[in-house]
Design a binder for this molecule. Structure first.
Ligand code: NAG
Ligand code: NAG
Ligand code: NAG
Ligand code: NAG
Ligand code: NAG
Length: 329
């Protein structure tokens, strides 16, 4: 009896912590410092380099937008537009999202779109065309869909929101291997201030570039020359207030691209615009084995398709263990 009571108390404490603790991060990379550290490359990039980069980013345009692919009324009634970057071959992942947390798009104030780049594989192209025809929720960017082009994908996302969904309140970028506790997301959004210049998610402080050229995340000095990254929000899921989108987009076009899309957009670019990165503990990176973890989280990264279904059921399941939580009210 006593231990049940203790579990309850601990759970409530953790819940309160995860719900309300949106902490500002220290920012040694103030715009002044950023300039000193050379985080504002447009000022000192060689002309040719700058041109190359501009050419590169100008390809981050969405070349196809079909009927129904702009937000209704430019997003006027939309609380959150969720853009899910996805690779051409990830059709079953997209399907799993549509059938689980993507169901939240049945609400009038939520929209979900998948963002895919181009592929030379004609089978995949045909499949995507069919998928697009059926669900009307696919955006296609004007770039080849590769790991190296993920930053272009994020820039495309901004461009699309700026042009087709400018009146929505929030943009959530959420990968297709993320479980989203959609009801809790809505709860969090209702607590945020739209005018705040901030990007929300799991903040990484003082991370260092991977200089080992045998790893997938290798970053050569040519791409990023400093020993530490500015604070940034981890890529699988982050929230951007839509009023900041145009500014971010324009600024992206003036920066040298780094392939780590999260560090580029929410680190370098946001720092230069004096946009804060606010840490939300409920944006989770991996599975903890605490009881009721899923109910408390807003998103959990690296969740297999099969588990998306299980989790989606679980958040509505008021089993005994979680009775101390008020799940989302
Ligand atoms: C950028 O594109 C223009 C044409 O759009 C081209 O003339 C120029 O050579 C390109 N610059 C680089 C560095 O690729
Ligand atoms: C797509 O990108 C190509 C270059 O890769 C460019 O020639 C073309 O104009 C772009 N299309 C649109 C609609 O922006
Ligand atoms: C095209 O994609 C399909 C489905 O993923 C795959 O089975 C096929 O091998 C691919 N074809 C080529 C030429 O890569
Ligand atoms: C995308 O990535 C591929 C290979 O990583 C590269 O060849 C291509 O130029 C990149 N950019 C665009 C705009 O497709
Ligand atoms: C990786 O780095 C080592 C040492 O810096 C160098 O000798 C090697 O050629 C590099 N390999 C590649 C594929 O760039």
């Amino acid at each position: 009896m006593k231990s049940v009571y203790m579990v309850g108390v601990i759970n409530i404490v953790v819940l309160l912590y995860m719900t309300f603790w949106v902490r500002p991060t220290l920012n040694p990379f103030s715009p002044k410092n950023a300039k000193r550290l050379g985080l504002d490359p447009p000022l000192n990039l060689p002309k040719l380099m700058r041109q190359f980069i501009l050419n590169k980013t100008s390809n981050g345009e969405i070349y196809a937008t079909l009927n129904g692919l702009s937000c209704p009324k430019g997003g006027e009634d939309i609380q959150v537009v969720i853009v899910v970057p996805s690779a051409p071959f990830r059709d079953t992942a997209r399907m799993a999202v549509r059938r689980t947390w993507g169901r939240i798009a049945a609400r009038n104030d939520v929209s979900i779109y998948f963002l895919i780049g181009k592929t030379s594989n004609s089978t995949l192209r045909e499949n995507i065309e069919a998928e697009r025809y059926t669900y009307g929720d696919i955006l296609i960017g004007n770039f080849t869909d590769t790991y190296n082009n993920l930053t272009l994908k994020s820039i495309s996302m901004l461009r699309w929101v700026k042009e087709y969904c400018p009146r929505a309140k929030y943009l959530l970028k959420c990968d297709d291997d993320v479980f989203l506790n959609a009801p809790r997301l809505l709860k969090l959004l209702s607590q945020l201030k739209i005018k705040r210049r901030a990007i929300y998610g799991r903040v990484f402080n003082n991370r260092k570039p991977m200089r080992d050229n045998t790893t997938k995340h290798f970053v050569p000095y040519e791409e990023y020359k400093f020993t530490v990254y500015p604070h940034f929000v981890n890529g699988p899921a982050y929230i951007i207030p839509v009023p900041l989108v145009e500014e971010l987009y324009n600024s992206c076009l003036r920066h040298k691209i780094v392939r780590l899309e999260d560090m580029f957009l929410t680190g370098i670019v946001a720092t230069n615009l004096n946009i804060r990165r606010l840490h939300v503990e409920a944006f989770q990176n991996g599975l903890l084995s605490l009881p009721c973890f899923i109910q408390r989280s807003i998103c959990i990264h690296r969740v297999r398709e099969r588990m998306l279904f299980e989790y989606w059921q679980q958040i509505f399941d008021r089993n005994k263990k979680c009775k101390y939580y008020l799940v989302f009210h």
